[in-house]
Design a protein around this ligand. Structure first.
Ligand code: SF4
Length: 610
């Protein structure tokens, strides 16, 4: 077998035991890697209804067959578990030296089971696995802890870790590395914290062996060169995703004050050009030559790595229009290991709740100092922060009144940084994403704005599914970054050539889409199995605010989503997916995808239609 190492490393923290396990080539062809491996492992191995923060949940770090080769933007992995935030399938991808080192150590995935008795650092050096005392780094923020560990294990070591947010089981704590890389929005950091696992350190010493080494070397050099010759490359290096702030403002989709508006009076002050004036350098993931992390100094004088999502969620969505202050909040979130999207969403909700008198604490729009203090309270679970640490769905349930109508989440995952009052296609993409309201599975909004945002027709449904196949399927399983393709136009067929050189297999797009559909249906099956007969199509409906409260500013003043048309669009989506009216895969669909065993399992919990 080429491309894949063909081995998982299974770690049991209770027993302090590590076992390398081999897997079959057929498993690779069916699930490819990354998200595909993770969801298959979690489906097969997790008991129904397992508490996500218990010893029985498993944390999976999984790479793809291109990870670690000298190919554009191939330094990522997926981290996955049952989510403590949503109760469903949860994952995220993160650019990290761990991705590269894990493969060089001879593993495609690491599966972590159980709970360590005391704070632990897991050290993997090729075949050697050690369970080290983690008490010296427990309680440190992620920057301090990483510096400490890097000093011990060297600059080339792969280190993934949690901050105090993960230690304190904040439901939207993520895993972090390299001073600003982060992933695992639906509480993957909390799962790691629940296992008493502060950090995973991996050092690998073998070279990856592709099926065709010469072809691989040439393709790698040509691919990197090709990325750099794209016309938009230079501007990308200047701004990265920050250019999207101005775009979102222009098109009235910039989340503002808890998604009540799509334009922000101070957007220019937090936009890409404002950022350029204070930018000091670029940072990014390993193996990437279009590094997109914009490093600036915040008002706290510390470095902070800015991109669109963190700036918007900690800027316009909380009414803050000072970029250096936004940078300081972002740095605090990274130090604590909190997901910046969910954090900005929860903070916006708290500010609205305070304005409406639903909480006694004063949390004001755009108030930097008190917001920074509140971020600390969330990470350390103090006072109001303790309630907010549970995520916006839970807070709304506690506060009652009508707050669930403006708690901006789908299936418990906070909506990311696009307002959808005027974009039904993006609302559908959020609502049907594999992990809850995240944009990564289908960023349809730019196409939608170009081609007609008002429509709810079948072409929009088809576009969402096409993007989900590519982004949620192919890219998440290969665990290569999708931004070279999306942002600078690096052509998709490169990835077929890369796969051929790595694995020796002649794969075409139909093969890859079959994997994508299999993985997408399996993630859906995971959610449905957990919900049983309680599963309804309501799970795929976006927040009520977008249907009920029109925006009051900008060129789309008065616009909101149409609930009836959205429901029709959702049913068209289900039909095209081969799902029934509840959004549950039909038996026939699972059979075509060679998921007969999944159908068999699933129908123990819910009635499946033919
Ligand atoms: S483009 Fe950005 S997110 Fe993608 S691999 Fe490069 S640095 Fe990482």
């Amino acid at each position: 077998m080429y491309g894949w190492t063909g081995r998982f490393l299974r770690i049991n923290l209770n027993k302090r035991k590590a076992v390398a396990e081999k897997f079959e080539a057929s498993f690779c062809r069916s699930f490819l890697g990354g998200r595909g491996f993770a969801v298959k492992i979690l489906w097969d191995e997790l008991k129904l209804g397992v508490d996500p923060l218990s010893s029985d949940n498993k944390l999976v770090f999984a790479a793809g067959p291109l990870t670690g080769f000298a190919l554009p933007s191939s330094g990522k992995l997926v981290v996955a578990a049952k989510s403590p935030l949503t109760g469903g399938y949860g994952d995220g991808n993160v650019g990290s030296h761990v991705a590269v080192q894990m493969r060089k150590a001879g593993y495609d995935a690491v599966i972590v089971e159980g709970i360590a008795e005391a704070p632990t650092v897991l050290l993997v050096e090729d075949e050697s696995v050690e369970f080290l005392d983690g008490k010296d780094v427990w309680g440190l923020n992620s920057f301090e802890a990483e510096k400490n560990l890097r000093g011990l294990y060297g600059p080339a070591s792969g280190i993934l870790l949690i901050g105090q947010g993960g230690e304190n089981l904040v439901k939207f704590a993520n895993v972090v590395c390299q001073e600003g890389r982060a992933g695992g929005r639906p509480g993957m950091g909390a799962v790691m914290g629940s296992k008493n696992l502060k950090a995973v350190v991996i050092v690998g010493s073998s070279d990856l062996s592709p099926a065709y080494p010469k072809e691989m070397q040439e393709l790698g050099s040509d691919g990197y060169r090709e990325v750099m010759t794209k016309p938009s490359f230079a501007f990308w290096k200047r701004q990265g995703t920050m250019m999207t702030v101005e775009w979102s403002q222009e098109h009235s989709v910039l989340p503002t004050c808890n998604y009540s508006e799509g334009v922000f009076d101070k957007a220019e002050a937090i936009g890409g050009f404002a950022m350029e004036k204070i930018k000091t350098s670029n940072r990014g993931c390993p193996m990437c030559n279009m590094t997109c992390g914009n490093v600036v100094r915040g008002c706290d004088k510390k470095e902070s790595e800015l991109d669109y999502e963190n700036v918007v969620m900690l800027g316009s969505n909380i009414g803050l229009g000072d970029l250096r202050q936004v940078a300081a909040l972002n740095r605090a979130a990274d130090e604590f290991g909190l997901d910046t999207i969910s954090l900005g969403n929860v903070l916006g909700f708290a500010m609205e709740a305070s304005e409406k008198g639903l909480i006694k604490e004063k949390v004001s729009w755009g108030a930097f100092k008190s917001t920074k203090a509140l971020i600390g309270d969330i990470a350390l679970r103090r006072g109001l922060g303790d309630m907010l640490a549970e995520g916006v769905q839970s807070v709304a349930e506690k506060l009652g009144h009508d707050s669930n109508r403006w708690a901006m989440h789908v299936k418990g995952l906070e909506v990311s940084a696009y307002d959808c009052h005027t974009t039904p296609g993006m609302a559908l993409a959020y609502s049907t994403s594999s992990i809850g309201a995240h944009h990564k599975d289908a960023w349809v909004i730019s196409w939608e704005v170009k081609t007609g945002r008002e429509g709810y027709g079948v072409e929009k449904v088809n576009k969402v599914i096409d993007l989900q196949r590519l982004r949620a399927g192919v890219f998440e399983c290969l665990t290569v970054c999708r931004l070279p393709w999306i942002e600078v136009g690096f052509e998709l067929d490169w990835y077929l050539r890369f796969l051929h050189a790595a694995t020796g297999l002649e794969l075409n797009w139909n093969n890859l889409y079959a994997v994508a559909d299999r993985v997408f249906n399996l993630t859906r099956a995971f959610w449905v199995r957990e919900s049983g007969e309680n599963w309804t199509s309501e799970m795929d409906v976006p927040p009520a605010r977008w249907f009920e409260e029109p925006i009051t500013k900008g060129r789309f003043k008065g616009a909101k989503l149409d609930r009836g048309k959205y429901r029709e669009m959702l049913q068209a989506y289900y039909m095209r997916r081969g799902w029934d009216e509840r959004g549950i895969p039909r038996k026939s669909t699972l059979k075509v995808l060679r998921l007969d065993d999944v159908a068999k399992q699933l129908q123990k919990h819910v009635k499946l239609l033919d």
